[in-house]
Design a protein around this ligand. Structure first.
Ligand code: MG
Length: 335
């Protein structure tokens, strides 16, 4: 088995501004696993919010290289081993997981959704994200996203109401709000969520800091909209506590550490009565594909990171009528 790691700079089409800052590009690392003439690929998009950098991610990949067996076929014990090698480098583990699963799907001649027994026809619509921006630019983004059934709007800036009103000038499609921990306190968050509920906003992600669990329990009791944990949810063992404070969780492969951990998280979330969003970060079509194969399991799909970048190196699964249309190709199905 051969492993190679490739670093890429993904350039964003527009500046991507959240409540905690703005970026124009993002580093991503690609794992290529070659074995018996087949190549499996996976992408790591490290997230600074969780203490990861491209350097720490590459270091973790090198440590995992040392722990790789002769063949990746026995992937469940292999992924458990890799978790012990790099417990806090979730994006790196997600990339190795995807490369192993892509290779496995190719060796078996089947797309991953079929190996997992999932129906691509059950794919929920994906949202298209609009970052924090001047209201006239937000209006323009909403116009450009006319092919999507749902919009996602980044909140927690000074012009939240103006941005929502700008979108409402061009469409009445539902909006998902994402504050990225940006509301200052629970009373403000409740007031904002009540206002958003009157403007066809269907849910709100992470209104308060992930650390403020008691305030979130208070807010969940009063909120007219479902509240989804994103920054607050990384590990499955946190789910019994999170279920008291949120209505659902945003599962991302780069937080869970890959598709196997994400499938376990989704199963456990359901057992706690939690709704499931399948989300992403800024990543290419390679990273998005790994999540897309799991997306028939989700209530809400937010897999648009590849659509926000200008230099996607891969050809992934197309969005058809607002839904990711999974192609019938082995493994991740990426060209
Ligand atoms: Mg979010």
């Amino acid at each position: 088995m051969q492993l190679s790691f490739i670093t890429r700079t993904l350039r964003l089409r527009n500046a991507f501004t959240l409540s905690r800052g703005s970026i124009r590009e993002k580093q991503s690392l690609v794992v290529e696993l070659t074995h018996e003439g087949l190549v499996g690929r996976g992408e790591a998009a490290p997230i600074a919010r969780y203490g990861e950098t491209p350097e720490s991610c590459l270091g973790a990949l090198e440590r995992m290289r040392e722990a790789m067996p002769e063949s990746p076929a026995a992937y469940v014990p292999l992924l458990r081993t890799l978790k012990r090698v790099a417990p806090n480098e979730h994006a790196a583990r997600a990339a190795m997981d995807a490369a192993i699963m892509d290779w496995l799907g190719k060796s078996l001649g089947a797309p991953l959704y079929r190996l997992w027994g999932l129906d691509p026809a059950a794919m929920p619509p994906t949202s298209m994200t609009i970052a924090i921006d001047a209201p006239d630019r937000v209006r323009e983004r909403a116009r450009e996203a006319s092919g999507f059934h749902v919009l996602k709007l980044k909140l927690g800036g000074a012009e939240d109401h103006a941005m929502v009103k700008a979108i409402r000038e061009v469409t009445d499609r539902p909006i998902r709000g994402d504050a990225n921990e940006g509301f200052p306190d629970r009373e403000t968050a409740l007031r904002e969520i009540e206002w958003l509920a009157g403007h066809n906003v269907e849910l709100v992600e992470q209104p308060l800091s992930a650390a403020r669990l008691e305030d979130m329990v208070w807010l969940k009791e009063r909120s007219p909209l479902p509240i989804i944990a994103d920054e607050a949810f990384i590990r499955s063992k946190d789910l019994s506590v999170l279920a008291q404070a949120y209505h659902g969780i945003n599962v991302k492969l780069v937080k869970c550490g890959g598709t196997l951990a994400a499938r376990e998280a989704i199963t456990l979330a359901r057992s706690h009565g939690l709704e499931v969003m399948l989300g992403c970060t800024i990543e290419s079509s390679l990273g998005i594909a790994a999540a897309a194969h799991l997306a028939p399991l989700a209530d809400y799909v937010d897999l648009d990171g590849n659509l926000l970048i200008a230099n996607d190196p891969y050809i992934g699964h197309p969005v058809v009528d607002g839904r990711i249309a999974l192609r019938d190709a082995p493994g991740l199905g990426i060209a």
